[in-house]
Structures are given as C-alpha cells and as structure tokens.
Design a protein around this ligand. Structure first.
Ligand code: T5A
Length: 227
C-alpha cells in the first residue's frame, strides 16, 4: 500500500437506545457518498457461532456466569480482528457500532465485576482513532422506540453502565449530546469523522489498553488545569 493511506478506525458507543446504529449507518453512507470508502461493523456480530450464543444470552434463552459472558463478547471482537486489519491496511475506513468499551462498561456494571478485570480480555485490540460517545441519560433513552425488551434495558443498570463509560473517556473520545434530533447529531458526527478520516497518517494503529497512552492523557488534563 505504498503511497496509500491506511483507513481510519472509528467507534460509536453509548448506552442502549442512544442512537448508535442510526448514526453509524448514516456516517457510512455519508463517507461513501463523499468518496471515502468505508464499511460498517456491529458488535455483537451474531452471524458467527460465538455471536449466536451471545444472541441467545441477550434474549434470555440461555444463562451463563457473568465472566463467561464477558469473555464471549470479547472473543466475538477478536474473531473479527483479521477483517478489521485487512480493511484498514487497504485504506478502507472501518466504522464500528459498539466495541470493547461496551464490553467493559456493561460487564463492569454487574455485581462482583470491575473495570480492570474486564479490560484485560480486550487489551491488545486496535485502539480506535476516534470514539464517538453518544450521551443520553437512561431516563431519556427509555422513551425511545423498542426500549425494554433486552436483558440489560433496565434504567438502574444503564445508569451504572453510563458511569463506567465516563471512566473510560480518553483523549481520542468525543462526548456528544445525543438528546438532539437525528440530523443535528449526524452533523456533529460528520464534522468530527471527516476531520479524523482526512488526517489519518501512516502510523500503525495503537493497541488497547496501552498504559503509555493513558498516562499521556492524564498529563494533558493536568496541564490544562494548571494553565
Ligand atoms: N453488550 C454489547 C455487552 O454487554 N457487551 C459487549 O461487549 C457488547 C458489544 C446488545 C446488548 O449487548 C450489550 C449492550 C447491549 O445491551 P446491541 O445489539 O448494539 O447490543 O443493542 P441494540 O438493541 O441493537 O441497540 P441499542 O439498544 O444500543 O440502540 P442504538 O443503536 O443505540 O439506537 P438506534 O439507533 O437503534 O435507535 C433506537 C431508537 O431511537 C430512535 C431510532 O429511530 C430508534 O427507534 N432514535 C432517535 N429518536 C429521537 N432522537 C434521536 N436523535 C434518535 N436517534 C435514534
């Protein structure tokens, strides 16, 4: 791929019903229409054998130990790593609707689980160039269509998930007020994504969860507070 830039890795995250799938689809359409070739992935990806088990768990057909379920969600991402890498190398942008941050935020909201343990199984996956966190209170999300049918769609649980997400915010994150209209949110996301896609360099993607990256972010925050 000499002379050709790699693709960008962009993740859309948020609690349930915050509009992630709606926005991720619109983003891929927009990027493709403007000549920035892009593909859309969604986790959990239920087309595989692992994904099929996850689907059964979410729809309450099966029950597993919380740690086993966490590892299944994580394995589902690892099985798509070759596909993600090959697109990025070919210069195709990869937009992902939910990623490792969902894995950590949801699993760590369960009793007896913690953020650090939950991060371990996704550590080493590619770190996105940009994470778009669609932020909406669970009380607002509850009013949207289709809420309440899946295992985790309970307001108290979603409150803990949101708190966990906010602990994962890093310097590659953008927190977006998702209470606005679909078109208003889309406009904000497009501006951020185009900037990222058009400025991606030839550096390899970093990996999650790399201690050096987190330390740099803490230093940046400290500097801002000092000035
Ligand atoms: N999970 C997932 C884990 O526990 N661990 C993991 O590792 C992973 C990857 C399923 C569950 O699995 C958990 C998290 C989830 O609980 P899912 O398949 O992504 O994950 O869940 P879905 O049910 O498909 O999606 P969500 O509930 O998260 O919904 P979205 O994608 O956020 O919302 P969307 O776009 O489908 O919109 C929902 C409704 O709101 C409307 C839409 O039209 C739609 O009706 N809407 C808006 N309405 C008003 N204003 C706006 N701005 C709107 N945007 C969308």
């Amino acid at each position: 791929m000499e002379g050709k830039r790699r693709g960008a890795l962009i993740v859309v995250e948020g609690c349930d019903r915050t509009g992630k799938s709606t926005q991720a689809k619109k983003l891929v359409d927009y990027l493709s229409k403007t000549g920035r070739y892009s593909i859309l992935l969604h986790f959990p990806e239920c087309s595989t054998r692992i994904g099929d088990i996850i689907h059964g768990y979410l729809n309450k057909y099966y029950n597993f130990d919380d740690r086993a379920v966490h590892l299944l969600f994580s394995a589902n991402r690892w099985e798509f790593l070759p596909l993600i890498q090959s697109h990025i190398q070919k210069g195709v942008n990869v937009i992902i609707d939910r990623y490792a941050f969902s894995g950590v935020a949801f699993s760590a909201a369960k009793k007896g689980m913690n953020l650090q343990w939950c991060k371990n199984s996704d550590s080493g996956l590619p770190r996105p160039d940009l994470v778009l966190f669609l932020d909406l209170t669970p009380a607002q999300a509850e009013k949207r269509d289709g809420y309440g049918t899946e295992r985790y769609e309970v307001e108290e649980f979603q409150d803990r998930v949101r708190e966990n997400y906010l602990q994962l915010v890093d310097d590659n994150w953008m927190v977006i007020d998702a209470s606005r209209s679909i078109e208003e949110v889309h406009k904000v996301l497009c501006a951020a994504v185009v900037k990222t896609v058009d400025s991606v360099d030839d550096n390899e993607l970093e990996t999650l969860w790399n201690k050096k990256t987190k330390r740099n972010y803490k230093m940046k925050i400290q500097k801002r507070g000092e000035s």
